[in-house]
Each structure stands twice: as C-alpha cells, then as structure tokens.
Design a protein. Structure first.
Lengths: 387, 289
C-alpha cells in the first residue's frame, strides 16, 4: 500500500495496526474509535443525517430486533455492523457463503428467513425470472444515489426496467501468489496451472465455486471464462482433473491455507488479495493476462423477507458513502459509488489491487447469467470434486 | 419388533403408546423416503430442482460418483476399526482399572467435547494439522516439509477424534456390568491374565463392541464435514457428493438417486452385519442392539 495518505487522520497501515490491536483486545474500543477517527466519522455522520438514526423506541416497533443477512466471507467492517445494531437495536445474524450457487439453492428450497443477501451480477436476472427477489422501493433508500454509480457496475441491478438491487462493491477474480515460494512469476491462468502441476505441486487452492474454478481453467485453455460449450467444458474438466492430485485443497475459504504457508497459490478475489498482502507482503495478487472475471456484488431482498423494514434500513445504512468507505477500508474491495471513493484515503483510491489500470482489465469478463444454471458446468464441477 | 407387538395386543394403551412413534416414522421417514424415491426417477428442472418426468438416467449415471462411494466404503470401516482400537483400552481402563473415586470425573471428561459443536472442533484441527501446527514442530526436530492437513490420514484423525465417545460408551457399559467373579475364578483356576482377557473379558464385551461399531459405522457412511474440512475437498465422501448435488448443482433427481443407492447399501451392509453378530454365540445378548 502506498504511503501517500499522511494528510488523512490515520494512514491505512496504522489503521490496520490499530484495528488488529482492538481485535486482540490490547486497546479499548474507545481508544480504537478515537485513534482511527472512526468514532468521529460515524458520530459526524450521525448528526449530519439524523434521519439515519431512528430512536431505539421507534426502532423496536418499526424495525423489529433482528435481521438475517447472508453475505460472503471477509466482506465487512465489524465496527460498521456493530454500529448499526447499536443505533437501531436490530441484531444482525450474518451467514457467510462460498458460492452464488449455494445461495440460489437455499433460496430455491425456500424458507430461508433471509432479509438481505449479497448476490453477484450474473445471478440477478435468474433471481428475477425465478421470482425470488423483490423490486426495490428506492424512495426507502435515500442514501442510494444512482447517478453516483458507474452503469458498467450497477447495470445488472435493473431487469426489465425495474430496479431489484443496489451495488455493494466491485472487484476482479485473479490469483494470489506467495512470491517467497514461487519465484517464476506466473502471469496467466496457463502459468497458474503449469506451476500447479510443476514447481508448486501440492500447494495450490482452487475455489469450491464453479464460476471461478471452471472459468480459470477455460481461460488457461484460451477459451472464454463464461463458456458453456460442451467441448470446451470437457477440456476444462480434463485439465482440472489432471491438476487435482497437485492441489492443496478445493475450498473458497482460502485465506487460512495461504496464511499458514501450506498453500502457495490460490484463485483469489482482489479484496482478499489486499487483506493477505497487508499482512504478508510476499503475497502478490495477479490479474491474469489471459482473462478472468470482473464482478459487482449487490444488496438484494428476498421475496419472503420476514423483516422488511429492517432490511430497507440496513441497505440504506450500508449505502451511506461514509459507511461504504469505512467498509472498504477493512475488506479491501472498491466501492462502485463515486461519493464513497472520494472519501477514501489516496492510498486506497490509487491502489493497484483495488483499482487496476483499465488495460489490465481488458480481458476480464462479467459472469454470464447462463453459467449459473447451466447443467453441464454444474456437473463438470461436481465430477471434478468427486474425481 | 414393534410390528409384532402391535399384532399381538389389541389394548388401546398399546395403540396410544405406539402412536407417536408410528406417526413419526410415517411422516419423518417413510414419506420423505417415498418422495426421494419418486424424485430419483425425475428430470432436473432447467434452473435446478425437480422437474417431473420419468427416467433411469440418474441411476445409469451413478458411476460418475464411483470414487465417492469407494471412499466412503473404505473410510467408514477403516475409521470404525481405528475407533475400536483406540476406544477399547480406554473403556477397559475406565470400567475395570480406574479408582471408583475418579470414574465419574473421567467419564464426564469423555463427554465434555460434545458440549462444543463438532464443526468448531473439526475446524480447530485445521490449525493443529496445518503448516504452522504439528508440521512446524516436526521441522524443529529436523523433519521438513511434512504434510498432514488435506490428506487421508488427517481425515482418519478427525474421524477417530470425533467418533471416539460413541465407541467408548457402549464398550464401557458392557465391561462395567461384567461379572467380576468370573475374572477371579479364572485367576484361581490358573488362567494367565492374557488368557482371562481373551476367553472371558473380550467375549463378554462383544455386544458393546458390536453396538459401538454399528453406531460409528452408520454415522460415518453419511459423514461429510470431516472430509470437507480435513481433506480439503480432496478426500470426497458420498456425503460430500450429496451436499454438492443439492447445494451447488441443484440436481435433486441425481441427488435422490445417490441417496437411495446409499440407503440400499446401508440396509444390505447393516443387516448382513447384524446377522453375523447375532449368529455368533457371543453376540447373543441383544439388550444393547
């Protein structure tokens, strides 16, 4: 991370240091909020936008005391989530998922009790077609500013002219390399699989997620990340099965393996790349030269959400630019909202992992809707795992 | 056994007593099984789930999960046997050797791990067996590059750790109620400790061993958590295949076909196993079965 944020109340590096101290309990919450400016920021925000904070008494009747939220691992700033509970009396029950397919399976089975969840761009049109998510009443989300969001990222939220969700973050899917262990500097998915079956044998993690794992293999073979062509998928399956004996694991929870030094390479989302790189400088995030994924995640409300008022209050809170900036500070994923980007320290605004140069992203593709429901992709993944 | 009871007695009390169990079995076991059976002959809907129709395609596709069946059919018996080997000395010690003052305390210690979810305890093993755990200690004494996590061995460690209490208790109970005067008699008649163990203790604890093995084996056949965590997705059980089919690829019909196949395999193995243990002279004590 660059060191150009001296003019901010606290540098990103010091922020992380203080955050770890707080997490470990070596400093109090008050010290942490004071030193980092988080307390001030949230307090200022609270006074500036009183409408954001309904009183507790009102909250109890309007919002209820519970919100069930399904999201992804390592994707939130706990202080921000705690602040929501403190201010509204709504307790969050957070579930973390490893793939969109798993979220879809749960929603299709029904009775999830979820109020808010975080789907990725390519799933939205499927959810609408299956009648699983609600059209949003944007008048209940005053913090959301459509004009501040780049349509490139926010586009999939609108299906048939109706808005079904609002953007959370965007990012890329590439891979992370432990450069102390792997010196050859892999730059493409082809290199990634070559190293996996060569010098790095036994130390690679692939996601337990069809989109990225099959997508990576397809790119290595020179095909589209989104291919649903049976022949191309057959080749990808052969490559995956050939590489399987050389893998360390197949899991979307790849940070523990990378941190312990057992795994040397993994398919990786860029924010996790930032998190790993912050703690272990030898971790290098790579956007592959032969393709990969660019994505946006959204906040959406399932059709049968039991705590609808709380769901709107929560999404509205998360759309506040300051809250978005505080979130991004911790999880390392870029906001899509220009108001939030403006609030970020320069080091994050110009961070090459968060905001890669346009030319690096030329080969990246947004996930395609048909990959979610394509039976061949699903079965290729399942066969690879049970091989 | 219950069926025999019903037909022999017409008293309303029996009916009342059996009604809850019967309803439970009907609605929680028989009906769901019928649903699964019907699903297994259906088609996968375009977006996943069950789409009606009638086809044998999913049963013909079973070889695609051969490796998972093989893994389960290998790890379940091997894991059961390892549990037995570790549990027997422990149960023996608890039942026959330990000072009665400490017995209760030690028994409670065997149960204590159950107070924490198996998920959390298994997750902890990831760090114990991971690169910064035992392998880093081994490195200190000169064994470099030892891999423990995400290997079949790690899965077996997890299985023995997780299932041990289920094996210890039935064996403990059968050893506990063993008539101690038999051991004294054997001793008085000049039997060596080894001979006494082989001819008296071991046969009389057979029902406990049989029960423990069955408990562990049946649960292991459906296990998916331990291989997922400690096998890193590389040691794949039939339970993992089922999780995958229902929670990832949403292929309910194929998942149902795999489930029905697993149920059939279980029924055959378990009934064969029960017949073997019941037929053998030492297994006559049915009280624990």
């Amino acid at each position: 991370m660059s060191k150009s944020d001296e003019n901010k109340p606290i540098s990103a590096k010091n922020f992380m240091k203080e955050f770890r101290r707080y997490q470990k309990g070596s400093v109090t919450r008050r010290h942490f909020l004071g030193v980092t400016g988080l307390g001030t920021a949230v307090a200022v925000m609270g006074t500036a936008m009183p409408s954001l904070w309904p009183g507790k008494a009102q909250a109890a009747s309007d919002l209820g005391d519970r919100l069930i939220f399904s999201t992804w691992p390592n994707y939130h700033n706990q202080a921000v989530l705690d602040r929501f509970t403190e201010k509204t009396g709504v307790n969050l029950q957070v579930n973390a998922f490893g793939s969109n397919e798993e979220m879809l399976a749960k929603l299709q089975a029904g009775g999830t009790g979820w109020d808010v969840f975080v789907p990725t761009n390519y799933t939205i049109s499927n959810y609408v077609a299956l009648d699983l998510i609600q059209e949003l009443d944007l008048s209940r989300l005053p913090n959301y500013d459509a004009s501040a969001n780049n349509p490139k990222f926010a586009g999939p939220a609108t299906v048939n002219g109706k808005v079904y969700c609002v953007p959370k973050n965007w990012g890329t899917t590439g891979f992370i390399v432990n450069t102390k262990k792997i010196k050859s500097g892999p730059k493409s998915w082809k290199d990634f699989f070559d190293v996996t079956m060569g010098a790095g044998s036994g130390h690679t993690i692939l996601h337990d997620y069809q989109l990225t794992t099959i997508g990576g293999a397809l790119c290595a073979l020179g095909y589209s990340f989104n291919s649903i062509d049976a022949k191309e998928l057959g080749e990808a399956e052969a490559l995956l099965i050939k590489s399987k004996p050389h893998l360390f694991a197949i899991t979307s929870d790849y940070q523990p393996g990378m941190r312990s030094g057992d795994a040397w390479m993994s398919i990786c989302w860029n924010g996790d790349g930032t998190q790993l790189n912050n703690d272990l400088p030898e971790m290098e995030y790579v956007i592959a030269t032969d393709g990969g994924e660019i994505w946006t995640d959204f906040y959406a409300i399932p059709k049968d959400a039991p705590h609808l008022n709380a769901a709107y209050a929560f999404i509205n809170y998360m759309q506040d630019p300051t809250v978005q900036a505080l979130e991004a500070w911790i999880h390392g994923y870029a906001p899509t909202d220009s108001r939030a980007i403006a609030l970020q320290p320069d080091s994050l605004g110009s961070d090459p992992i968060l905001h890669p140069a346009e030319n690096l992203m030329n080969g990246l593709e947004f996930g395609a809707a048909q990959t979610l429901t394509d039976p061949i992709r699903a079965e290729v993944m399942a066969r690879f795992k049970s091989a | 056994m219950t069926m025999r009871g019903v037909s022999k007695s017409n008293s309303w009390l029996t009916v009342v007593l059996l009604a809850p169990t019967t309803l439970w079995f009907l609605f929680m076991l028989i009906l769901p099984l019928i649903v699964i059976l019907v699903f297994s002959f259906g088609e996968r809907a375009a977006v996943g789930g069950y789409g009606g129709g009638f086809t044998f395609e999913h049963y013909l596709n079973l070889p695609a999960r051969l490796k998972a069946f093989q893994n389960t059919m290998t790890f379940a018996p091997v894991g059961t046997l390892l549990c037995l080997l570790v549990a027997y000395p422990l149960a023996y010690y608890l039942a026959l050797k330990v000072d009665s003052r400490y017995k209760l305390l030690l028994l409670v210690l065997v149960i204590v791990p159950f107070w924490t979810s198996l998920l959390i305890r298994t997750y902890a093993w990831i760090f114990i067996l991971g690169g910064r755990g035992i392998p880093s200690l081994l490195e200190l004494i000169g064994f470099e590059g030892v891999r423990l996590i995400n290997t079949p061995g790690a899965v077996l460690v997890g299985i023995v750790y997780g299932y041990l209490p289920l094996m210890v208790f039935p064996i403990f109970v059968s050893l506990e109620k063993l008539d101690k005067t038999l051991l004294e008699a054997s001793n008085d008649l000049g039997g060596s400790p080894f001979k006494t163990f082989m001819q008296i203790t071991l046969p009389l604890s057979m029902p406990g061993m049989a029960t423990g093995c069955m408990l562990v084996f049946i649960l292991l056949m459906g296990e998916f958590l331990i291989p997922a965590f400690l096998g890193g997705g590389k040691v794949f059980f039939i339970g993992n295949a089922l999780v995958d089919l229902f929670l990832q690829s949403r292929n309910w019909p194929f998942g149902s076909a795999v489930s029905i196949t697993l149920v059939v395999i279980m029924l055959v193995t378990v009934s064969f196993y029960m017949r073997m243990t019941l037929r053998s002279k030492t297994g006559r004590d049915e009280s624990l079965m």
